[in-house]
Design a protein around this ligand. Structure first.
Ligand code: NAD
Length: 493
């Protein structure tokens, strides 16, 4: 296996199928560092043949993994957590050079993953069914929860490491076997590292399989997953536009599909909010990982009495965020993932400015590092303010509102429904507003971006469906009705 990275070396670059790494020597593609364009690794460029082999391995491994005792599954997940913890420094470095992730978010991803694996270790002990009343004398009826079979996962590049663990651990903890197809933008941190860790932990051959592919080849691999009768569920984290393609195809195949998609996450700051906390929560919510997280805040609606003080303090905090090389410990804002992302962010900001928006801070790029940007006086029909498109970068729109009702109405004017937040000194009022939000997640006195692996992340409307944490049991198991009947039956014919 080739390695072109500086330190530490990226050595894992081929597919992981049926417990073994595929031999190098086939076609490859370059995996670039988004900050400096250095090639960090040459990755195997897989296609339908590798995807078919991976699905076959997962299918063969399914009966054994589904029957594995909870204590053994627990041992393996706990070991994977320990290995992840041990490799923290190396993973943080790989996340920086492969996905532009600065240290605070990389450490967050590692710790989130460790916590998830330790929680998933216990899910094998969750109840597996219920005894049901029956109207028929002598009938003992049970709803028995069973794993589905092979779950095929698609991982994104943005929360590459922790979201790949989410894609793997949730179905596996409930007895399914898994094939994943990592994002071509970060194949090591979005899947190959996980295979290394699972192999060292001792997960059985075929229980986790990883197929990597070059840009442009995702659809061919996806088609194998969709067409295979062995794949019983599609587990997708990514954009709504890709999700529409996959959900249509899954519909034709009559396969369930779990969708964890993007959002246009508003924050309401009421006049009685703690100003310093509201500013800190906004900076974190809008600009963590350069605004490239599904839960990032895209718009803040501030009640007019607090608006000017809020905007001044927010601008000062934002302008002070250090931008640059994500391998430096002091860097907060690293590069966007690729040129397309920079072009999209710049075009949206320029369009807003052309329509009359005022730049409070930012709106400039240095290579792929786009400065954290605050826009005010943005016309409602500018794309960044519309709420119909996710601008996946460090761009925040701030608007003044007359009252909470106007804030709620404007905050809800989006087809997305992932996360929302309300900052207020009146908790009762906050909870009342929270109940009226049409989103999968709403926080009172916290940012839109809250990440704990035990909490049910997930959206409504264009943000998808499915919930993480142990709630994923609903998505990755199915109920089988089983009855045991005593005595001779009485039948109508
Ligand atoms: P994306 O939709 O471009 O890609 C996601 C995955 O789909 C990748 O593995 C990619 O290779 C694959 N893919 C892309 N086009 C495909 C096609 N035509 N057929 C089959 N597969 C295809 O998304 P991304 O840019 O990797 O991730 C960013 C998006 O994901 C944002 O919209 C973000 O909000 C969302 N996201 C959501 C969550 C969540 O938990 N709700 C978490 C992270 C990211």
């Amino acid at each position: 296996m080739t390695s072109l990275a500086a330190r530490p070396a990226i050595t894992t670059t081929t597919h992981f199928i049926n417990g073994a790494w595929s031999e190098p020597g086939g076609p490859t593609f370059p995996d670039y560092n988004p900050f400096d364009d250095q090639v960090v690794a040459e990755i195997a460029a897989g296609g339908p043949a590798e995807a078919e082999a991976a699905v076959a391995a997962a299918h063969a491994a399914f009966p054994g993994w589904a029957a594995t005792a909870p204590a053994e599954r627990q041992r393996l997940f706990l070991k994977a957590a320990d290995i992840t913890e041990r490799r923290r420094a190396e993973i943080v470095h790989i996340l920086a050079v492969e996905s532009g992730c600065s240290a605070p978010f990389a450490h967050f991803q590692v710790q989130w993953s460790v916590n998830l694996l330790r929680q998933a270790a216990n899910w094998g002990y969750l109840p597996v069914g219920e005894v049901l009343p029956s109207d028929t004398p002598g009938r003992f009826a049970m709803a028995v929860r069973k794993p589905l079979g092979v779950v095929a996962g698609f991982t994104p590049w943005n929360g590459a490491f922790n979201l790949a663990w989410r894609t793997i651990a949730l179905p596996m903890a409930f007895g399914n076997t898994v094939v994943i197809k990592p994002s071509e933008e970060a194949p090591v941190s979005a899947g190959l590292l996980h295979a290394e860790i699972a192999a060292e932990a001792g997960f059985p051959a075929g229980s986790l399989n990883v197929v990597v592919h070059a840009p442009g080849d995702a659809a061919a691999i996806s088609e194998v997953f969709m067409a295979s009768p062995a794949v019983r569920c599609i587990n997708f984290t990514g954009s709504a536009s890709t999700a529409r393609i996959l959900a249509e195809r899954a519909g034709r195949a009559l396969k369930p599909i779990v969708l964890e998609l993007g959002g246009y996450n508003p924050m309401i700051v009421l006049a009685d909010a703690d100003l310093a906390h509201a500013v800190d929560a906004t900076v974190f919510g809008a600009f963590f990982h350069q605004g490239q997280i599904c839960l990032c805040t895209r718009k803040v609606l501030v009640e007019r009495p607090l608006h000017d003080a809020f905007l001044d303090a927010l601008a000062a905090r934002t302008a002070a965020l250090s931008c640059g090389d994500p391998t430096k410990a002091s860097t907060v804002i690293g590069p966007l993932i690729n040129d397309r992302a920079v072009r999209q962010v710049a075009a949206r900001v320029e369009e807003a400015i052309a329509r009359g928006a005022r730049v409070v801070t930012g709106a400039a790029s240095h290579g792929r590092v786009y400065e954290p940007t605050i826009l005010a006086d943005v016309p409602r029909d500018a794309v960044v303010a519309l709420g119909s498109e996710e601008t996946f970068g460090p761009v925040l729109v701030v608007e003044a509102v007359e009252d909470a009702e106007e804030a709620l109405e404007r905050a809800q004017a989006t087809p997305y429904g992932l996360s929302a937040a309300i900052m207020t000194g009146d908790q009762d009022r906050g909870l009342d507003l929270a109940q009226r939000f049409d989103t999968g997640i709403v926080h009172v006195n916290a940012p839109t971006l809250v990440g704990e692996p035990s909490l049910p992340n997930g959206g409504v409307k264009d943000s998808g469906w499915g919930r993480s944490g142990h709630y994923a049991r609903e998505d990755f198991t199915e109920i089988r009705l089983t009855t045991l009947n005593h005595g001779a039956g009485r039948y109508p014919i």
